[in-house]
Design a protein around this ligand. Structure first.
Ligand SMILES: [Ca+2]
Ligand SMILES: [Ca+2]
Length: 437
């Protein structure tokens, strides 16, 4: 009886030991298979991939690589953390081995590429937290492998100083490249050049504008993008700062490349201005009527304020300019040889309009005097800006050198964002009666 008890306790101890060590008895790497052992990675639907299966017995870092005739390891997975369990993954010949190549127009990063035809040894390796490694290996053959890269040649970004603020100067970025092979996916995006380590790097995707491309999206050929920062669709552009602009192409077999350039965004945003209090100080106004003898002038002053986040571009004629009733900003520009007085896309001007006019807002002035504005030389030409928060004083006169057409009654002011919109119309409307001198 005593003997039996002794034996029983020994057996129990043995079972306990087995249970305790159960974890380490389970193999680190097991149930490995790579089938089929010959593939043709060319996206024709026939034997394009092999199926890799394995089982991990305890937490480990797993690598999967391939060794060709030159003896080099080419990684598909490099020391990736895996918890215990069964894994299966398809492999279509692609290895991740980033390399920089010289190409027309600069450099290209090859992120991933299909291995060339040949016989390879596949290796699956698992290393646990105590540094113990298990490995399995076998042979695989690649034939008819499509190793051609969807290269992005001559990646060009113009201008690289981008001010998306609808002043028509550097408001749009042209992005172009030549894609050498049909791709499954091409993406172009901005990423801030710097970001705080604890913050995710924001990606700003840029859509292709097909009218400036000669090939369908993703097809081999010349591609163009016309980027406005989203301002034309009333979106806020990415915040001011330095960015890296990436273009990434991947083909159907998994060959993947990236090219990059830089872009600086400054003074981005929607311009906004208003006529202070919506009020025009019409000279001689009584109960919303101004009487002017023929040959005399209708005069006014008003204040324009920049209430937006970005500088606002303007152009002459300067405040104080007198127009004859029979003139307009076009005839004045022609008479004085001032090309900047014609309509210019993106500038703001203050205008005066009346109800029988042929030219909308025929009388226009800069939204401030030179001393209210900042002069900047851009691309060799002087440009004038009302800075955020600043006010510009506008004044002018219209001399009645002739009687306005019958039926002319109402006159009013407006703020015009040329080729964009009349941002403020029907300001401080009055009746003007032009009488005998
Ligand atoms: Ca195939
Ligand atoms: Ca601009």
């Amino acid at each position: 009886m005593r003997v039996q008890t002794r034996w029983l306790s020994l057996i129990l101890v043995g079972v306990a030991a087995l249970l305790l060590s159960g974890c380490s008895l389970r193999p680190l790497l097991s149930e490995v298979s790579v089938v089929p052992a010959e593939i043709s990675p060319n996206a024709d639907g026939q034997d394009d991939v092999t199926h890799i299966r394995y089982r991990i017995g305890r937490p480990a870092n797993v690598s999967i690589y391939f060794i060709g005739a030159d003896g080099q390891k080419r990684y598909f997975r490099n020391a990736q953390r895996r918890s215990p369990g069964r894994y299966d993954v398809y492999w279509g010949g692609v290895i991740v081995d980033p390399q920089v190549r010289e190409i027309p127009g600069g450099q290209m990063l090859v992120n991933a590429q299909v291995l060339p035809d040949g016989d390879y040894t596949w290796v699956i390796e698992a290393t646990d937290d105590r540094g113990r490694t298990d490995r399995a290996e076998g042979q695989i053959r690649l034939r008819d492998a499509d190793t051609t890269l969807p290269a992005l040649h001559n990646f060009t970004v113009v201008p690289q100083d981008f001010t998306p603020n609808q002043d028509s100067i550097h408001d749009r970025v042209s992005i172009t490249y030549y894609l050498t092979k049909d791709a499954e996916r091409v993406s172009v995006y901005l990423v801030p050049a710097q970001s705080a380590p604890d913050q995710p790097r924001l990606k700003y995707p840029i859509a292709e504008k097909s009218s400036s491309s000669t090939a369908e999206p993703g097809k081999a050929g010349y591609h163009g993008y016309d980027y406005d920062g989203g301002v034309d669709l009333n979106a806020e552009p990415p915040p001011d700062g330095d960015y890296v602009i990436f273009a990434e192409a991947e083909d159907r077999v998994g060959n993947r490349v990236t090219v990059s350039s830089t872009l600086t965004i400054r003074e981005g945003g929607k311009p906004r201005a208003e006529v202070t209090e919506g009020e025009i100080d019409w000279q001689g106004e009584m109960s919303r009527v101004v009487s002017v003898p023929l040959g005399k002038s209708l005069c006014f002053t008003a204040t324009v304020q920049n209430i937006g986040p970005v500088p606002i571009r303007t152009a002459g004629p300067w405040p104080g300019q007198k127009y004859k009733f029979s003139e307009n900003y076009n005839t004045l520009a022609a008479a004085q040889g001032e090309d900047s007085w014609y309509q210019q896309a993106g500038i703001f001007r203050f205008g005066i309009n009346y109800d029988t006019t042929g030219v909308d807002f025929p009388y226009r002035w800069a939204i401030g005097r030179p001393e209210d504005l900042e002069e900047r030389i851009i691309d060799g030409k002087p440009q004038y800006y009302l800075l955020p928060g600043k006010r510009g004083l506008v004044s002018g006169c219209i001399e009645f050198d002739q009687q306005p057409p019958v039926g002319t009654n109402f006159w009013w002011g407006g703020l015009i964002h040329e080729f964009v919109a009349v941002v403020n119309n029907y300001i401080d409307r009055i009746s003007v009666s032009v009488g005998a001198p």
